[in-house]
Design a protein around this ligand. Structure first.
Ligand SMILES: NC(=O)c1ccc[n+]([C@@H]2O[C@H](COP(=O)([O-])OP(=O)(O)OC[C@H]3O[C@@H](n4cnc5c(N)ncnc54)[C@H](O)[C@@H]3O)[C@@H](O)[C@H]2O)c1
Ligand SMILES: O=P(O)(O)OC[C@H](O)CO
Length: 333
């Protein structure tokens, strides 16, 4: 039987543990708080993140990383992106040679501007053929209800992606494989930033033309960055690109979208942070994505606008007016 360790008992880690168990895997969830891990192990529910979900009996939970990793075919990493490096440094010595590391995270590391798969390779000392990523339109509360959804499993070694595809394929969760790790990770990280921008437009009371414009031009920015970094442009028309962008930018379940909506309604940054109980990756990754774009020589005006609001304290109205005042240009340049 395929054995999976899932590191992170937040909403996506918990929902993904359910997927893996439904697909027939033996699953051990690792949580950093012993009392929560013990409660999940005993009650098969996660009261803090998805209280209505009853996990399959085959899901166990522990706060001991060695116990989670023993004999694991896959170690699924799903902690907030900016905490990955420090967490993985502690787990790395416990990872066995057969274990493939799978990132479910959608962020870019601040300072290094590395994608999560790059951080994993560096910290765990493994090659790219032992690292896969999963990215797509996967809002955890919908998945926890076993609503149909699809996603992408990407690895430079397609046979590894196929092995994990099989490990997480269920009647309600349909994973596709891809070898474009760069494109899939950029799609996931940048859509959070565009989700913030669309949320702001929603909060300002703006309509569908404005939101469609932000989504489409947001995808154009993402594709531009991806091309400069060696991604396949087709990836951005797929589930990890447009698919995830549409889900995030249209759903009130998206934490990034909701964060933007609160700012657009006029809440201050501090009020918005206080109202946000879960991880809205775009709040930090907007800065690292902009940093990556600058280092790559790529223009990302919507990402810049989000940084100006979230970290520069500029009013949303003023920043939107600035975007509209940019000089006229051809659509495809
Ligand atoms: N929730 C979703 O719908 C969803 C879907 C796809 C991808 N993701 C991605 O998955 C990643 C995790 O998101 P989530 O939704 O599970 O977040 P969450 O906010 O629901 O949970 C975060 C988890 O990380 C833990 N955590 C916080 N700080 C930590 C630290 N310093 N060290 C270790 N653990 C820490 C929390 O206790 C919690 O268990 C993000 O990159 C997110 O973009 C989320
Ligand atoms: O809630 P968000 O904004 O982190 O989005 C969750 C998923 O990434 C949607 O695919």
């Amino acid at each position: 039987m395929t054995r999976c360790a899932v590191f992170g008992t937040g909403s996506w880690g918990t929902a993904f543990a359910m997927i893996l168990a439904d697909a027939g895997c033996e699953v051990v969830l690792w949580g950093r708080r012993p009392e929560l891990a013990e409660a999940i192990d005993r009650t098969k529910t996660n009261p803090d993140y998805l209280p209505d979900l009853r996990l399959p009996d085959s899901v166990r939970a522990t706060s001991d990383p060695a116990e989670a990793l023993a004999g694991a075919d896959f170690a699924v990493l799903v902690v907030p992106s900016q905490t990955l490096r420090a967490n993985l440094a502690a787990w790395a010595p416990l990872i066995e040679p057969q274990t493939v590391l799978v990132s479910l995270m959608k962020g870019i590391e601040l300072g290094t501007v590395k994608r999560m798969s790059e951080v994993i390779q560096e910290v765990a000392g493994v090659g790219p053929e032992r690292v896969a990523v999963v990215s797509g339109p996967n809002l955890a509360p919908e998945i926890a209800n076993r609503q149909p959804a699809a996603s992408v499993v990407a690895c430079v070694d397609e046979s590894v992606a196929q092995r994990f595809q099989k490990a997480c394929h269920t009647p309600y969760f349909r994973p596709y494989t891809n070898t474009d790790v760069v494109g899939c990770e950029l799609g996931g990280a940048v859509k959070n930033v565009i989700g913030l921008a669309v949320g702001m437009a929603d909060g300002m009371g703006l309509g569908d033309n404005t939101k469609a414009t932000l989504i489409t031009r947001g995808l154009a920015e993402t594709t531009r960055l991806g091309l400069a970094l060696g991604a396949d442009p087709h990836t951005f028309a797929g589930l990890a690109g447009m698919g995830d962008l549409v889900a995030t930018c249209s759903s009130p379940l998206s934490r990034n979208h909701t964060f933007g909506t609160n700012l657009g309604r006029g809440m201050t940054l501090d009020q918005t942070i206080a109202a946000t109980k879960q991880t809205a990756e775009g709040v930090k990754s907007c800065e690292s994505v902009l940093d990556l774009a600058r280092r790559t020589g790529v223009e990302m005006p919507i990402v810049q606008a989000v940084v100006d609001v979230v970290h520069g304290g500029r009013p949303t109205q003023e920043v939107l007016a600035g975007l509209m005042a940019r000089s006229a240009k051809a659509e495809r340049r």
